[in-house]
Design a protein around this ligand. Structure first.
Ligand SMILES: CC(C)(COP(=O)(O)OP(=O)(O)OC[C@H]1O[C@@H](n2cnc3c(N)ncnc32)[C@H](O)[C@@H]1OP(=O)(O)O)[C@@H](O)C(=O)NCCC(=O)NCCS
Length: 170
């Protein structure tokens, strides 16, 4: 827990300064945010939801990082990063922005904060999967330098395929 704090705390301070202009800040989640995270998750995803139990596990795990976008003291976005110490590849397992806040590049803020957290963990790449029919998310990733590196057939609960993206972090 201490190590995770040390890794992610600087992210919140850097992005807080950056976001003063539009009132959005990024910070690391705590267990006290669990209710807000689940509400966001349930509103954003119809299937393949992360359960409350899984979120709790991730919030307490050294192999995960949960970042939140905050506007007017409300949680308006969340991102879940999973770290793999052996491969030095981080995985963006989930990212969601509240429906009424979409289109304002808050997702991009979270994505950049996730990349920064992955770099601080000395990861050489950030990888993710996205549904083939999720054009908004694909726009977000491609605009931020993510490249397709494969597909996963019937990856989602409803049988939908996934596109795999990665960004080398350098
Ligand atoms: C994908 C998501 C995180 C993007 O967050 P965001 O803060 O809206 O991101 P951006 O503002 O950078 O917009 C990304 C793209 O969304 C689309 N978009 C713009 N306004 C939008 C709106 N009001 N509503 C929905 N999508 C919109 C656009 O295609 C935009 O790309 P463009 O500006 O280059 O045309 C968000 O749409 C979301 O939470 N979706 C539901 C959960 C999800 O699909 N997560 C991704 C799983 S891989």
């Amino acid at each position: 827990m201490i190590r995770l704090r040390a890794v992610l705390a600087p992210v919140s301070s850097i992005f807080a300064a950056d976001s003063a202009s539009d009132g959005v800040s990024i910070r690391r989640a705590t267990i006290n945010d669990l209710g807000d995270i689940i509400a966001l998750e349930n509103a954003a995803f119809r299937g393949d939801r992360i359960s409350a139990r899984q979120w709790r596990h991730h919030l307490e795990s050294l192999s995960a990082g949960v970042l939140l976008a905050i506007r007017e003291r409300r949680v308006v976005g969340a991102a879940l990063l999973l770290f793999n110490r052996r491969h030095r590849i981080a995985r963006l397992y989930s990212i969601a922005i509240a429906a009424e806040q979409r289109g304002r590049r808050i997702g991009e803020r979270l994505l950049l904060a996730a990349e920064l957290a992955a770099r601080r963990r000395e990861c050489r790449a950030l990888r993710l999967e996205v549904r083939t029919d999720n054009a908004a998310a694909q726009r977000l990733y491609e605009r931020n330098g993510y490249q397709r590196h494969g597909e996963r057939h019937a990856y989602y609960e409803d049988g939908a395929d996934a596109l795999r993206y990665q960004k080398l972090l350098g």
